[in-house]
Ligand binder design. Sequence first.
Ligand code: SF4
Length: 987
Amino acid sequence: MNGYSELRARGVEFVAEWAQWGAVLILAPGREAADEIAYEACGGALVGVARAGLRPLVLELSGGELNRRGLAPVGRVVREALAARVAAEASRSGSLRYLAPVAGFPGFPRALAETFEELRLNGVGAEQVRGCGESGPDLALLLAAYEGELAARGFADHAARVQMARTAVAARFRETAVLAIDLAPRTRSERELVAAILRGARAHLELRPGSGAAEPATSLESLQRYLFSTDAVPVRDEDGTVEIFSTSGEALECVEIARRIGARGIGFDECAILLRSPERYQPLVVEALRRAGIPAHCTRGSRRPDAAGRSFLALLHCAEERLSASRFAEYLSLGQMPESEEPRTPAAWERLLVDAAVIGGAARWETRLRGLREDFERRYAAAEEEEERARWRQRIDRLEALRAFAMPVIERLAALPERANWGEWIETLTALAEFTLNDPTRVLELLEELEPMREIGPVGLGEVLLVLGPRFQQLSSAPEGARYGKVWVGGIEEARGMAFRAVYVPGVNEGLFPRPPAEDPLLLERQREALGIALRAEDTELLGIAAACATEHFALSYSRLDLLTGRVRVPSFYAFAAHRAAGGSEIDVHEFEKRARSATGTRIGWPAPENAADAIDDAEFDLATLAPLTKGSGQYLKSLPGRAVESLRARWMRWHAPWKAADGLVVDEIGDDALKRYRLGARAWSPSTLQQYARCPYRFALRGILGLRAVENPTGIQRMDPAQRGELFHRVQFELLRDLASRELLPVSPATLAGALDRLDAVLEDVAAKAEAELAPAIPQIWRGEVQAIRADLRGWLQEKALRDADWTPQFYELSFGLKDPAGRDPRSRKDAVEVEGGYRLQGSIDLVERHPSGVLRVVDHKTGRVPEPKPDTVGGGEALQPLLYALAAEAIVGEPVSSGRLYYATIAQNYRTIDVPLNDWTRRRMQHVLEIIDGAMRDGFLPAAPRKDGCKGCDYLPVCGPYEEERVRVKSQAELKTLKELRGWK
Ligand code: SF4
């Protein structure tokens, strides 16, 4: 293939000659390619020189015929809407077979519309396609319906317009000279149209890249001549016109390209960066050029997505998913917050949405937000310190601001029609976009394109999303000005026919370019062949186009590492094919990769060139300057601003044997007193937090000292989570025991069981109804089903108590100590913490304290989870401290001896199993040792990330620690873990 510069030179000659004698038309794949030739041939004197791409020309040529027949031209959005329409109708009527499972997928209307266009442009009718392949009958049915819709509505799609354009060709070009440059239409009708235009022209020149007869003079010409050719390629010395380089990551690849463009010293508009995967590389390219101070011209195909499109899509999904809070938070996160909100970040509102956990109708939003406000106001009133009151005041204000902003939007979403004609949808969505988006321009433009569909319908929101979803997702930002003075950044196909002095193609990696082969599932290759439809453009053709665009320099690059996953990446065979075609000598893969690597000076952890003069910005310059002046290449890191140095040092230290501050909450520098105020005698601890220590001291510290909690997603309550279930379960037990006590029905015995079961039903109804009103679950049926499951568990629990435990009488229920809020607790609860032997302070709440006729007491902790394996004997390896600690606390509160602590797994699934731990001298001493160990860890400031086996599984703090903590602990010094290991051994 020879280059486009050669084609352009011949085209310029042709235009310059024929422009003297009359009209000239330059037909090119894109308008920019045609413009280049016109400007070069005629300078500013462009009168009589028309430039066009094929599609716009078709529209122009078919204009007269469209008017005569009274047809409306329709574009891609309408075609996709029609495709969605016929597919939905066919699905509804059950007429689809082969395509039925995929007809509702988001990409289906787009793929179907493209297939229709290919079939129609190739003159393939429904009858012909019916007998072709498995998808044939379905495609024939859908195509016939689509063509019926076009005819009934008076629409003309591109295929119809191509036919009409042919009628205007003969008269139109008799006095015009036509230049066609690398048009390469793929369909029969378009080929015929182009041929007719050229035939009917006064003069014509058709230029296509060929293999070029002349002997290549440079490596670049050799590459253009021999790329993917089976001919023997003469080996030649490298002359710098073709370059293949690699970098450690994709971002550095783009930085290296920016560096090369800056160093080349040619006009920026004479350079192009051609992308095979714009979505992956465009942001990196733009950032690298920005750092280097190089202006970029991003084409439509590589422009940054417009956030308004995605925000609007999030809103429509919010409506589709019954006004879900998570979708609403997504909409907020895309920058649609009102300007007046300070700070302008949705984080605070998202947090409120989590708390509100809304899903359901507008009324539910109102109820949940009101409920949340009442809750905040209660807490505000109960707050004792000024600081805390100020915090709650701020949350109340924020909640009010969220409510004022969200409710009008939610009401509009709730009022979207169930089904309506497209006309009504266009009006409703236009009003919604204007109301909810900061800059709705592009969204409104897209909606306008649907105008011809006005009368069609009715359609539901699902179908609207099928048509508009992918378009909103890919809505690109507003077009920029002229490309001159800027580096051209675009997709490879968009550059067809254009010439640049330097062309850069990043991402020539295995799996990226070429992409793995994938068949069009609607029309397989063998069907295409049978129907005479050309195969779609392949990546080999794209690499050829990219090479043809280069005049002086062509650079391919690849990255060696996926920095996100840490996986090694390799060049694709295109890199080797380019090396061979450029006349490169035979070398093995290792040598090839070595050379590619040596072409750049940057590397991981060293983002700067070796020579400061090659730096693209100040940061690189400083690094490159500092490096030779300091001992050790990492010295410069010490002067980095912010937390970067500590972070790097911490990562290094974590994998070395000595325990350091980076290993968790390990106080090795500030002194032993740092955790003084958290010691077990200084503040009260709950047994449930203390038992986290044995699983992992850092987990204990993150939760108990730093108060870190997992981020919750703002989703509506659809199922009860285990915590909600446990809370409801305990609340019912508490209310029931209180109720039974007031009716003198305790202890529950076979004689009183029936009455107790009746009371259970009544109490459960009451508690569950309050919880339902408060939490507003999204799907009441599911919620009530789960309440029924709790009822079954609690009935079983009552029966067990009546039959096996009737001699134990409940004395206290929800007996709390050290907790401020007394609501919902036994009236004999204590606000103060309890102090046990050794001066250790405890807080918490005991589910139940029961008394035996002999007078002894025992404490019971009800569980709704699973029985642990192995079953604990005393302290369960440090992770089952509740039985003994609650027993000790109960003794301190009641002032009487307690015989034991019981874990009661009160569900059918766990078969009402119990674990009893006696409180005797030996277990008291054991408990004492446990508390000493935990307190000692705090005294020593040593709470490292040292999980027990499988401790990290399901831990909320995995995002803090990373996935290799168990592995890492094995390389650390073990002496410091002696007491922790001892504790884990106490079953
Ligand atoms: S993730 Fe593992 S190491 Fe980190 S706190 Fe949790 S249990 Fe400990």
